[in-house]
Design a protein around this ligand. Structure first.
Ligand SMILES: [Zn+2]
Length: 234
């Protein structure tokens, strides 16, 4: 059940208000997911058996993170920071909602990456969030697309929920894309979710630099130790 998990995470979270662009937690973000929704799930760091090490510990962090992820321009991010200071209770609610949705995204996407069925409640939550997100969106000419192509845009959405809406839409786009969804994987090293864009879909690590090399080094050290122990006992 994703809801219980989320409650635990909330208890662990340190509540504080930060509006600086480069909050320490945000600057530690590794954008290796390959798509916005996966990068957001990956902000709940820690790895297997480790204490949660959340990178989104306030609404201000959510906005700074979305700015770092490239889905908010500087003006929109500043406006959201200012709005959050003006109505801190609403900003707190928007932040907590984003953490709940992050739990739901995890409960949908991680099983799929493992070839399993996602949690039904989490899937229903995601559907409801997407319906609300689209109600606040406008159709605009695609920024990086071909001439007649259009895309959903939240540029005109001044709501505190804008970052979450963009994240939710990224998730449903992934889920409903038959090619993309087969590329969803969980890193064998750090558990991050990522898109495997390799030709034969053989990637095991979120990034060679962060996890691939570490895994290879530790396997090499273990093999060398086994060899030397074998030599000593013979
Ligand atoms: Zn990794």
């Amino acid at each position: 059940m994703f809801s219980g998990n989320t409650t635990t995470r909330l208890r662990h979270s340190r509540v504080k208000w930060v509006s600086v662009e480069t909050a320490a937690e945000v600057s530690r973000t590794r954008f290796v997911g390959g798509t916005l929704a996966l990068d957001f799930v990956n902000t709940r760091d820690g790895g297997p058996g480790a204490e949660p090490d959340d990178l989104v510990v306030s609404y201000g962090h959510l906005v700074s993170w979305a700015r770092s992820a490239g889905v908010l321009d500087a003006g929109s991010a500043d406006a959201l920071h200012a709005a959050a200071h003006a109505v801190p209770t609403s900003a707190g609610d928007a932040w907590q909602r984003s953490l709940q949705v992050r739990g739901a995204l995890d409960a949908v996407l991680r099983p799929i990456a493992a070839g399993l069925r996602p949690d039904d409640d989490a899937l229903a939550r995601l559907a409801a969030e997407e319906a609300e997100a689209l109600a606040a969106a406008t159709l605009m000419p695609a920024r990086h697309g071909q001439e007649p192509e259009y895309e959903w845009s939240w540029d005109a959405d001044a709501s505190l929920h804008r970052p979450l809406r963009q994240i939710v839409h990224s998730a449903t786009q992934l889920l409903t894309n038959p090619t993309a969804i087969t590329r969803l994987k969980q890193c064998a090293g750090c558990d991050y979710l990522f898109m495997d864009e390799s030709k034969n879909r053989s990637r095991r690590w979120c990034s060679m630099q962060d996890c691939g090399t570490t895994q290879k080094v530790s396997r090499y050290v273990a093999a060398r130790r086994a060899r030397s122990e074998g030599t000593a006992s013979s």
